[in-house]
Design a protein around this ligand. Sequence first.
Ligand SMILES: Nc1ncnc2c1ncn2[C@@H]1O[C@H](COP(=O)(O)OP(=O)(O)OP(=O)(O)O)[C@@H](O)[C@H]1O
Ligand SMILES: Cc1cn([C@H]2C[C@H](O)[C@@H](COP(=O)(O)O)O2)c(=O)[nH]c1=O
Length: 219
Amino acid sequence: MKGLFLTLEGIDGAGKSSHIDALEALFTAQGRQVTRTREPGGTPLAETLRALILEQPMDPLTESLLVFAARRDHVVRVIEPALARGDVVLCDRFTDATFAYQGAGRGFDPAVLSTLEGWVQADADAAARGLLQPDITVWFDLAPEIAAERLAGARVPDKFESQPVEFFKRVAAGYAARAKDAPRFVRIDADQSREAVWQQIEAALAERGLVASQSGGAP
Ligand SMILES: Nc1ncnc2c1ncn2[C@@H]1O[C@H](COP(=O)(O)OP(=O)(O)OP(=O)(O)O)[C@@H](O)[C@H]1O
Ligand SMILES: Cc1cn([C@H]2C[C@H](O)[C@@H](COP(=O)(O)O)O2)c(=O)[nH]c1=O
């Protein structure tokens, strides 16, 4: 069976992580093997880099280089082998987050990010297959003010979660711009109950023939 690369995206607090268990259960119930992972992270080296990226102050180029270094290790060691086995790869964030956070949020040059993307997501057969990209990206669209309310008191904020709402408005606009150009994006109205958000996700996957309709329960 062909692998499926599904990514979850959105600003901090949009509700992505709340639905990963249910997504895993949904695909498992369809007889699929699921590899569940996240970025930055997903390998021992990338998790080490994640701690630096999320906690240490650094300039946008350093941040972008570390994010892509973590991604390269993750792609080579986890994502590509899982897709080659035919797994469903559920990845909490991928390169769209870099364009949204480092590009739109930090104001870093998207042309440099595209160059790094070309190096990191290419493989020996890239000329034939093109760059590794998600098959489907579930984008949780939520107003930054609401996301901030949801996160308030939920956990100790990291470097990104401590950013002002203006930063997240730029990140949200960055996601909207990415979604406009890429049919793989599925926009989820995240300003709804968990149940209603889950129904949107399940319906979008069923519409694309990725799961049988109405097969899973709400998270
Ligand atoms: N539909 C919802 N309505 C109200 N609160 C929600 C909803 N979905 C999630 N939450 C709550 O909002 C907070 C953020 O949710 P979650 O951790 O899933 O977001 P996230 O997008 O994964 O955030 P991050 O990227 O920062 O890890 C949590 O406290 C969660 O319980
Ligand atoms: C992949 C990626 C992530 N980030 C930021 C976005 C979030 O604030 C954190 C990850 O935390 P989460 O709770 O696991 O969502 O990292 C980034 O700035 N650039 C990236 O490429």
